[in-house]
Design a protein around this ligand. Structure first.
Ligand SMILES: [Zn+2]
Ligand SMILES: [Zn+2]
Length: 340
């Protein structure tokens, strides 16, 4: 099969012929029809991560068609259209047995510890596969497993947003755009923040009530003004730079929540002082990927027509490097997907 292979850091991925994965008991072989392009993949190309061994195939947001069903698999047949949950876990530990698979200490992830879906085929335990609604294209399904479900986890499970709350979303990219949709669906007033006017207009089409261009500074002050001095109930940071975190931590109401979803690795966390955290009773919350149940919940919301994956661009698999470049340098509205 063809795959885009990471052989050396800081070098373009290479289109290579590699062996089709062989499946065993409980597994499915999936012909990849689309795979979301996550910003984290740009980091993995650049620098070593201790959970990636070269040569490696990236891609953790696959959708495709079941082409082979291993022994002891129930509920799937050849031809089923599926998208895949990222975490392959032990299914026995404290976290797995309480529906927190994203925290399993034995976890291996598609496109991280395991080979990913920048390829024509990927194998997974059947446990990781979810059938997708007929109304959703493969390209759209390539923007569900991470871009959409990660935001669902942040908005619904970690922040537990409520009707009428004031919510800020910093960064209207592949993930943040879905946070805007979900917070709006939950009945919140949504303030979207980005550095490009095009993305802010896009956020309005997704239901944002207010927008702020962070390029011109003063984000925290403007949020305070928009909330009549109160501050937001929840600030979702999909950017994770020193500036975005500082803005987020300084525009919360007392008892507000700062939810960190995206992060730039190279800076110290600029928190409030311990005294401020106590006096203001703010909550600082990390939100990492999603649980398996949340895949099902998001697919139901899509099936019910409440939310829709937003695909900003489609690239052929062989142009994965160009897709990475576009994600970094262009104003893509929604998720980029690769199509083998
Ligand atoms: Zn990702
Ligand atoms: Zn586990």
């Amino acid at each position: 099969m063809k795959a885009m292979v990471l052989r050396e850091y800081n070098q373009p991925l290479r289109l290579e012929e590699v062996e089709v994965p062989k499946i065993g008991a409980g597994e499915l072989l999936v012909r990849v029809k689309a795979c979301g392009v996550c910003a984290s993949n740009l980091k993995y190309v650049r620098e070593p991560a201790d959970y990636i061994t070269l040569p490696h195939i990236l891609g953790h947001e696959p959708a495709g068609e079941v082409v082979e069903v291993g022994p002891n698999v129930e509920g799937f047949v050849r031809g089923d259209r599926v998208c895949l949950y990222i975490f392959v876990t032990c299914r026995e530990c404290l976290y797995c047995t309480t529906g927190q698979e994203n925290s399993c200490l034995q976890q291996r992830r598609i496109g991280h510890e395991l080979p990913g879906a920048y390829a024509e085929y990927v194998k997974v335990p059947a446990w990781n596969a979810f059938k997708i609604p007929d109304a959703i294209s493969f390209e759209e399904a390539g923007g569900i497993a991470d871009a959409m479900v990660t935001s669902y986890h942040a908005v619904r499970e970690k922040a537990q947003v409520r009707v009428g709350e004031d919510i800020a979303v910093m960064g209207v990219g592949g993930l943040g755009s879905n946070a805007v949709q979900l917070a709006r669906l939950a009945g919140c007033r949504v303030i979207a923040i980005d550095i490009t006017p095009r993305k802010l207009e896009f956020a309005r089409t997704l239901g944002a009530d207010e927008t702020i261009n962070a390029q011109t500074g003063g984000v925290a002050e403007r949020i305070r003004a928009m909330t009549k001095g109160k501050g937001v109930d929840v600030f979702f940071d999909y950017v994770g730079t020193r500036d975005s975190m500082k803005a987020g931590l300084h525009c919360l109401r007392r008892g507000g929540k700062f939810v960190l979803v995206g992060h730039e690795p190279d800076h110290d966390f600029q928190a409030k002082t311990f005294q401020e955290i106590i006096m203001e009773e703010v909550e600082i919350i990390g939100s990492h990927a999603s649980t398996r149940n949340e895949m099902q919940a998001v697919l139901k919301l899509i099936q019910d027509g409440k939310i829709r994956p937003i695909i900003g661009a489609v690239y052929p698999l062989a142009e994965a490097n160009e897709a990475h470049r576009a994600l970094e340098t262009e104003e893509i509205l929604g998720r980029i997907v690769l199509v083998p």
